[in-house]
Structure formats: C-alpha cells, structure tokens
Write a protein that binds this ligand. Structure first.
Ligand code: PLP
Length: 453
C-alpha cells in the first residue's frame, strides 16, 4: 500500500531546502524527529482542506476499514467525538428544521468520556442518560446497554433524538451488542454514534467486529491506543449510508475542534499504519488474540478472576482476588510491568501484536508471585442518578469554585471532575452532588470538585 504522506516528508527532508517556514526548530533538534516535523509547505496538502496526499492517504484508510469515508485526526478521539455530535446535530437540523420545538437530545450511555461532555456543552445539547440496568453493575467505566433498555428509553423520550451515543469497548474491555443496538436506534430514525476509541483493530478480527461492521453510522477510533500510531492519531469513520450527506461537513467540523497546525509526525504515522494494516495484520492480530487466550487460561488456572470480553485487553478483577487494583498495579510496577489502568476494583493490561513473547512471560511471572487472596468485600457505593439542576452547557459556562468533596454536597457540579484515565464523570456538570455521589467520588480518588458559584 502506498504511503504518500510519509514519502513526501521523507523526500522533503532529503532535499535539504532552506526552511524559511514553521516550525521554529528548522528541522534540527535533540528529539531526532525534527527533520520530519513539517508544516503545510507546498505539496504537503492541508488536513482540513485536504485534496492531495492527505486525502489520498485517508482514502487508503477508508478502503482498509471498509468505511464510506475515513478522516484523520491528529488530536485523538477527543476531537472526533465532538465532530460526530456536530455532524449528528447538522443532520437533525436538516431533518427537523431549525425550529424544532423540543429539546435537542442525545441518548448516551453514562460511561461517556469527558470529550462527550465537552461536545454537549459546546453544542448546547441535552442528554438523556442510559444507566446500568442493575445497580450492582455500576462501575465508573462500564455501562451495559440492552436492546430493551435502549428501546424503552427512546420510546419514553417520545420525540426524535439527535443521536444515540455509546462507548464500546469500554475501559475495562466490556463490549456492547452494537449490531442489535444500531437496529434499535435506526427503528427510531436516529443515528448510532460509537466511541470506539479502544477498538480500531476490531475490523481486522475474524469475523470483523468494528462498530461500522455492526451497523454504527459514525464511529471514532484512537488509532494510537491499539495500533502502532503516535499518540494523538485517530480516525473518524462514516458509514456508507451517511457518507454522501455528511462528508461535505466533516473537515470544517473537525477544524472547529482542533488546532490549525495538526502534527505531520502524527499524520505520517497514520499514513504508515495503512501499510502496516495492509501487510498481514489480520494474521498477526489473530496470533496475538490466540496468545492472549492462552494467557487468560493460565491466569484462570491460577485462580485469578478476569473481567471483560475485548480480545486485546486482560482485565483482572483485582478486588475479587484480594487486592486493591492500585496496590496490585504498584506491585507489578516494582516487577517491571506497567499496566494501562488501575482502580480500587480492577487492573487493565493492553496488548497488541507489537508485544513480544517476553512481555507475556514477564506479566505471568510477576502475577504468579502474588498469591490470590480472599476477596475484598467491597464495591462502588450505591448511587442513584443525581438530580439535574442546570443543563451541561449552563453549568460548564458558569463561574465555579473548587471545594473539598465533603463541602460540595448539595451544590451543583461545574466542569465535571474526572480522574484520567478513564476520564469518565461520576456526577455530570449541572447535576446536584448528593451524599451518595460524594461517596462514589471518594471511592474513585477524587477529593476536590468544581461547583457552580
Ligand atoms: C472511551 C474513550 N473515549 C475517548 C477517549 C479520547 O481519546 P483520545 O485520547 O484519542 O483523544 C478516550 C481516551 O482515553 C477513551 O478512553
């Protein structure tokens, strides 16, 4: 597969032109990559007006992912999530007119990333949240959504909604049934938007299991999370069904939420990923998935309790094995293994085909040194959906003050407090912070919050 962006930059660097343009390092510096860190010089195309090498590279990506259109982002899924909601709102206005009398509602699973909340505030949307149907299922990172649950929520709203927004995979490796849920959304005449930040690779599984393969209309992937792409590289995919109507809006929408100087290092990295994906990736991915199944088998054999269904994540239910997840993470760190995420209940390890056999062995050896203990009898405190007092937008654009959580009980959340990762809010901007919610905030290690003044 061709790599037009990478080739162009290589040739530019080799030509040794006098760089009387940005960036200020002029192609020299200690990082070693400066020669390839260029700006929109002649021939380099321009991400938000692409019609040359960047567009060609995006078309290659679209071909590989089987999308209607694929667009690059050098600013992560965070930029794409906002863009998806902007596009859904444009479609909604085209269908229902500017004078739509009801609220402009997005139905969203509660484990949405903070970029979703930013989009809701910036675009003035209202959210009807999907909560885990069983209280016992509450965990900051997950929100199982059933066909019946989504159907009942859309029916209860009773008027057209801008979109349904779901996160799958979630941070713990939970997966939603996108196939079924997309059918429900479509029955109600709305779009399904999927935050697939953790699942770019899923199109290359056998059978393909990317949200676009399963019926999503718009989808974002953080290429950098699971593919060999520099941090910040992401895709915004449009399904064939919406490509014609939405594609003309996409670049303008992306540019509203991003810098006018997207990194060419990241764009080259996305470009090179096309070649990587085209050259036997399915096979390497299948081998990696198989090796992880073996590792899961070994961990289960030694008594460890695992969670999640995502093929490239291993999630240990640490508390069920007698460990605070953060304690387990620090014990593993001492043994030279760094996890992706740890909280009081779980530890998450992310693998890709780039991991070597030694990595699997080392993780297993380190975990084997820790004996499985008696289950820690605890779980996130019981928590009822907080009372909404202000819209997300009203709350985010209100002056606020920082308070210790104890003193914030009874006040309204300003910019939502999130720990990063997973950047998911317990109490969303505009909601009242109840005693029960305060306990959950503590549970997840947040002790100060911003409240509306
Ligand atoms: C579920 C989810 N969505 C979106 C994002 C944002 O992705 P990015 O870091 O590519 O902007 C993240 C980041 O961790 C995430 O976990």
């Amino acid at each position: 597969m061709e790599t037009p962006v990478y080739d162009f930059v290589q040739a530019y660097a080799a030509a040794g032109n006098v760089r009387l343009h940005m960036p200020g390092h002029k192609g020299k510096g200690s990082l070693g990559v400066e020669a390839f860190d260029i700006t929109e010089v002649f021939g380099a195309d321009s991400l938000y007006e692409a019609g040359g090498i960047i567009e060609k590279s995006e078309q290659n990506a679209s071909f590989l992912f089987g999308s209607g259109n694929t667009f690059y982002s050098a600013e992560g899924s965070s930029q794409c999530v906002k863009t998806m909601l902007f596009l859904a709102l444009m479609r909604f206005k085209e269908l229902h007119g500017e004078n739509f009398k009801e609220r402009k509602v997005v139905v969203a699973a509660r484990n949405a990333h903070k970029s979703f909340l930013a989009a809701v505030a910036l675009l003035g949307l209202d959210v009807v949240w999907l909560w885990p149907e069983e209280q016992e299922d509450y965990h900051l990172c997950c929100c199982p959504v059933s066909e019946e649950g989504l159907f009942a929520t859309l029916k209860k709203v009773g008027f057209p909604v801008v979109a349904v927004f779901l996160t799958s995979p979630d941070y713990l490796g939970g997966l939603l049934d996108i196939h079924v849920l997309s059918q429900v959304a479509h029955r109600f005449g709305t779009l399904l938007l999927v935050d697939n930040a953790h699942g770019a690779y899923q199109h290359f599984l056998e059978p393909a299991a990317h949200p676009l393969d399963l019926g999503a209309d718009l989808c974002c992937d953080s290429a950098h999370k699971t593919l060999p792409v520099l941090t910040g590289g992401a895709y915004l995919h449009l399904a064939g069904s919406v490509a014609k109507t939405m594609a003309p809006y996409v670049r303008q929408a992306l540019s509203m939420f991003g810098s006018t100087s997207p990194s060419y290092l990241i764009l080259q990295s996305l470009d090179l990923a096309n070649r990587y994906l085209a050259n036997g990736y399915e096979k390497r991915l299948a081998q990696c998935v198989g090796r992880l199944d073996e590792l899961r088998g070994e961990l289960l054999f030694h008594g460890w309790v695992l969670y999640g269904k995502e093929p490239l994540k291993i999630t240990v239910a640490a508390a069920k094995c007698g460990y605070d997840g953060r304690e387990m993470a620090s014990l593993l760190r001492a043994g030279g293994v760094e996890c992706e995420y740890a909280d009081p209940d779980f530890v998450v390890f992310m693998f890709t085909p780039e991991n070597e056999e030694e990595d699997y062995r080392k993780l297993l050896a380190c975990i084997k040194k820790l004996a499985v203990r008696k289950e820690l009898c605890r779980r996130p405190p019981a928590f009822l959906p907080p009372r909404r007092v202000l819209s997300v937008r009203e709350a985010v654009f209100s002056p606020y003050e920082l308070l210790p959580v104890r003193e914030a009980v009874g006040r309204i959340m300003g910019p939502a407090a999130v720990s990063c990762p997973p950047a998911v809010a317990v109490v969303v901007s505009g909601e009242e912070i109840g005693e029960d919610a305060a306990e959950v905030l503590f549970y997840y290690g947040m002790d100060r919050v911003a409240v509306v003044r």
